[in-house]
Design a protein around this ligand. Structure first.
Ligand SMILES: Cc1cc2nc3c(=O)[nH]c(=O)nc-3n(C[C@H](O)[C@H](O)[C@H](O)COP(=O)(O)OP(=O)(O)OC[C@H]3O[C@@H](n4cnc5c(N)ncnc54)[C@H](O)[C@@H]3O)c2cc1C
Length: 381
């Protein structure tokens, strides 16, 4: 830990005057800050973030505004109940509406071009299974989305997109895409304007509650506060080992602009393990965590040849067949997974709360997850 050299002025204005400290400046942490400051404006809120930018998933995802493909719904129904499938879709759908309401469609470049689930030539059985369930899911999910035409067969569109080795497609007009960087920038500006302080480059190493206060040991020195919200998602059990959150890395690429790009929308295949979309005439493509779960169960950012080679192969043979392309960006982000799909939002110790484990669905759920934990804190004050 760094030697504590804070001045009197620093300590009284920055370090020890927060009623609530939020650890992690991702979508969940900042959504909690927004909700707290909007509903309890007198509270002094400090967000501490170890990265130069938020450094987990919120600025590293693919910018999909989605609530699930038919195959994902089928897989979840096989291990849970109909009511639970509906509850999760409802949560994601409401979360997306809240994100758009909070930040504004223009500010986050929200575009509703719809989403497609694709099936390869060798996935006839999976395609038939999914297509056989369209009416069922359209009826079930109407209760959440308020529409009956959520999923429909779109095989005829495959040729328009220039895809190869794909024989079936299911279209969902209610899915969209956003600019993830603009989302986080808008959210940061919004909380700054409300008076929330966000300090970067500050890693929390230890949290101890004692009496009226919670004490944080950090890479920058010791902090004291009234309440703490842990919003560190994939990294949650670095501070609270009992929290059941397993990290999962997602590797992503973006090509250079592609002449005459035919893609428009978000696309998933292989049960959602692969995903791609258009962005500024480029292709964003990510996934492949299922190629080697053990290697991707990591807190380390980075790439593996296994995933990189597979993504490049799909790009060449399936997504942009016969077209010249160059890859401009590679990055990775770390998600937080668990056995259950629901996030963990609860009190972990007196005056310490957590909102973690968005299961790779935090763009959709994160705004509500942040709100929920903020409400727990408000009730405890
Ligand atoms: C490749 C990829 C694709 C995705 N696709 C989708 C999708 O299609 N749909 C969807 O809804 N979601 C998707 N997600 C998931 C979504 O991005 C996450 O669920 C969401 O961003 C989680 O937000 P968060 O605030 O909980 O976590 P994060 O954004 O990870 O924020 C946690 C923050 O805590 C900080 N932190 C950690 N430990 C400490 C510490 N000790 N001290 C201080 N700070 C700390 C980290 O630096 C980080 O900034 C995807 C994610 C990735 C990576």
């Amino acid at each position: 830990m760094a030697t504590n050299t804070f001045s009197y002025w620093e300590r009284t204005a920055f370090i020890d005057n927060a009623d609530v400290i939020i650890i992690g400046s991702g979508l969940v942490g900042l959504s909690a800050a927004l909700h707290l400051k909007t509903n309890a404006p007198a509270l002094n809120i400090l967000v501490l973030e170890r990265g130069f930018l938020p450094t987990g998933a919120s600025t590293k995802n693919a910018g999909f505004a989605c609530f699930g493909t038919v195959s994902e719904q089928i897989a979840y129904l096989e291990k849970s109940s109909e009511a639970e499938v509906l509850r999760m879709v409802d949560y994601k759908w409401r979360g997306l509406q809240r994100l758009r309401q909070n930040l504004g469609d223009k500010n986050i470049d929200f575009q509703q071009h719809g989403g497609y689930e694709l099936f390869m030539n060798n996935e006839q059985e999976a395609a038939q299974k999914a297509e056989g369930q369209l009416t069922y899911f359209n009826t079930l999910l109407q209760q959440a989305i308020g529409k009956t035409d959520i999923y429909s067969v779109a095989d005829a569109k495959i040729a328009d997109f220039g895809l190869k080795n794909v024989s079936h497609a299911i279209y969902n007009p209610y899915e969209g895409q956003i600019h993830t960087g603009k989302m986080m920038r808008t959210l940061l500006n919004k909380v700054y304007n409300l008076g929330v302080m966000v300090l970067n480059g500050c890693e929390i190493e230890k949290i101890e509650s004692g009496g009226e206060h919670v004490y944080l040991s950090t890479s920058q020195g010791n902090f004291k506060t009234g309440k703490v919200i842990l919003a560190t998602n994939a990294f949650a059990n670095q501070l609270f080992p009992e929290l059941k959150v397993i990290p999962g890395r997602g590797q992503v690429l973006v090509t250079k602009p592609v002449d005459g790009l035919k893609l428009k929308g978000t696309y998933h295949f292989n049960e959602g393990y692969y995903y791609f979309r258009n962005i500024d005439n480029r292709v964003l493509f990510g996934g492949g965590r299922n190629l080697d779960y053990a290697a991707e169960e990591t807190w380390d950012f980075g790439h593996t040849d296994t995933v990189k080679n597979k993504l490049e192969l799909y790009l060449k043979e399936m997504i942009l067949p016969g077209q010249d392309f160059e890859i401009d960006y590679w990055w990775s982000g770390i998600m937080g997974f668990g056995e259950e799909l629901s996030p963990i939002v609860k009190q972990v110790e007196p005056s310490i709360f957590c909102a973690v484990r968005c299961n790779g669905m935090g763009v959709a759920m994160g705004s509500l997850v942040g709100e929920e934990v903020a409400e727990l804190v408000i009730k405890d004050i």
